[in-house]
Design a protein around this ligand. Structure first.
Ligand SMILES: [Cu+2]
Length: 167
């Protein structure tokens, strides 16, 4: 009798341990990633390695939406979904030039070499096929940017806009 009881106890104990281990694993998988506890607004914007913001600029024939975008300074991922039916691109220059009066070449493309760039603020998200979305990482600083699509004829068809970046 004694022996049997002990044996039963042993089995129960093993099952209990096994159950605990399984439950433990399941629990781990469900655990959501710990988010950095920032954004308390204290001690005024030191924020070095904080993940940047995201800005979406939709593209189509022949527009950017929003046409006049705004953003806060800092590392920013611009996402450019092409909801049109031909390829587009998003070229971004930091400049005070009027986006409607950029220097063009004979074929109507913007002459990027003649662009009056403010510091080094330029970049682009090239070759976005119809229906695709591409993104690029930009380090935005306060000021004015122009954006345009420089595929042949697209700029002159009105595919340009502005991006205003504030502190
Ligand atoms: Cu285009």
């Amino acid at each position: 009798m004694r022996l049997q009881t002990r044996g039963l106890f042993g089995v129960v104990a093993i099952l209990a341990i096994a159950g605990f281990v399984v439950a433990g694993c399941g629990g781990d998988e469900d655990t959501t990633a710990t988010e950095p506890a920032t954004e308390t607004g204290a001690a005024g914007g030191a924020g070095g390695g904080v993940k940047g913001a995201t800005l979406e600029i939709k593209m189509g024939e022949f527009y950017f939406n929003p046409k006049n975008a705004t953003a806060k300074a800092g590392p920013t991922t611009i996402e450019a979904p092409n909801e049109g039916s031909v390829e587009h691109e998003l070229v971004v220059f930091k400049t005070n030039m009027n986006p409607a009066k950029l220097p063009t070449e004979a074929n109507g493309e913007v002459n990027e070499e003649k662009m009056d760039k403010v510091a080094e603020g330029a970049g682009e998200i090239p070759d976005v096929e119809a229906g695709d979305t591409k993104s690029g990482d930009f380090k935005l600083t306060p000021g004015k940017y122009v954006m345009f699509c420089n595929l042949p004829g697209h700029y002159t068809a009105g595919m340009y806009g502005t991006l205003t970046v504030t502190e």
